[in-house]
Design a binder for this molecule. Structure first.
Ligand code: B12
Length: 254
């Protein structure tokens, strides 16, 4: 089994040692970072430090050196943000520091976006994506959007704090068959269900497939609110969108 001392990057080692206390989180992070390439460890350390210039530079170098965009996303950017999340939860850092980390995350995402979003094929379908009302978290939603675009979906991004009416307007304007909602707060998760109810009231529920995601969202919660699917990460978001659209087309009257 991997040990903390096997992690090459000194910042990552020190961060785990000092701030991660739950045994399962120590094990997960040690396994993740011992497996991750040293360049990815350095990117993650840059995210944790909230150093957007460094992440900008290291991400550019990693892509130029031939690392896959997905590797940079998972083992560098998201892995770093995972440690930030733990420090925030345990009150070791606060909103201003997390904002700096989010800025660093965006500095890295800027370089992987053109790669992940480039598909060059006829759009499979249009997906409306937004973070629900009251919620300002958009990093995960934006990663899902990059992956969807790269997999051939056209995506209309409604941004954050999206009202049910804004979702409804977008569905009607674009005739989109799929809506994806993101929520990161337990207090805003119910707004997903409320938005689905608004679709029912607007007579749109039959024509639109709803997928949901975000760190606190579970399959069970998705089922309870009447969503058509739940995805745990950006890859799952893409396979879910494909699965939903294929099933819809199979079941459509000839
Ligand atoms: C970054 C961050 C912030 C940044 C957000 C910046 C931004 N532009 O997004 C800032 C500083 C603004 C912020 C603010 C707040 N935050 Co905050 N934040 C985080 C943090 C550390 C990371 C979130 C993140 O980006 N993760 C990385 C991405 C890649 O992961 P993800 O979002 O889960 O997305 C992936 C999957 O979930 C999935 N996915 C996401 N969306 C969708 C959608 C679909 C359709 C599908 C299929 C899949 C999918 O795919 C994504 C990619 O793999 C989390 C900690 C955590 N563990 O999540 C806290 C966290 C979410 N925040 C929290 C809190 C409390 C707040 C504040 C209330 C703090 C405050 N006192 O003001 C405010 C709320 C502001 C608001 N109204 O929204 C809490 C929520 C606790 C709870 N029980 O609800 C958390 C969990 C931290 C904690 N305490 O543990 N936050």
């Amino acid at each position: 089994m991997a040990e903390l001392s096997d992690i090459k990057n000194a910042t990552i080692r020190a961060e785990i040692e000092e701030f991660v206390t739950r045994p399962e989180e120590i094990a997960r992070n040690v396994a993740l970072f011992t497996r991750a390439h040293e360049r990815m460890q350095a990117i993650a350390a840059g995210i944790i430090d909230g150093d957007d210039d460094l992440v900008d530079k290291l991400t550019t170098e990693a892509i130029e050196a031939g690392h896959e965009a997905l590797e940079v996303m998972d083992d560098g950017l998201i892995a770093g943000m995972g440690v930030v999340g733990i420090k925030f939860r345990e009150n070791f850092i606060f909103v201003p520091e997390v904002l700096a980390c989010a800025r660093a995350m965006k500095a890295g995402m800027k370089h992987i976006e053109p790669i992940l979003s480039a598909s060059g094929v006829e759009p499979i379908a249009t997906v409306i994506m937004g973070t629900v009302k009251g919620d300002l978290h958009d990093i995960g939603k934006n990663l899902c959007i990059m992956m969807l675009r790269g997999s051939g979906f056209e995506v209309i991004d409604l941004g954050v704090d999206t009202s049910a009416d804004a979702f409804i307007d977008a569905i009607e304007t674009h005739g989109a068959p799929i809506v994806g909602m993101s929520a990161l707060l337990t207090t805003t998760m119910p707004n997903m269900g409320k938005t689905i109810e608004a679709f029912i009231d607007a007579g749109l529920r039959e024509q639109v497939l709803v997928m949901v995601g975000g760190a606190p969202v579970t399959q069970e919660f998705a089922d309870d609110m009447g969503a058509d699917g739940y995805g745990k990460d950006a890859l799952a978001c893409v396979s879910l969108a494909k699965q939903l659209i294929e099933a819809k087309r199979r079941n459509a009257p000839a």
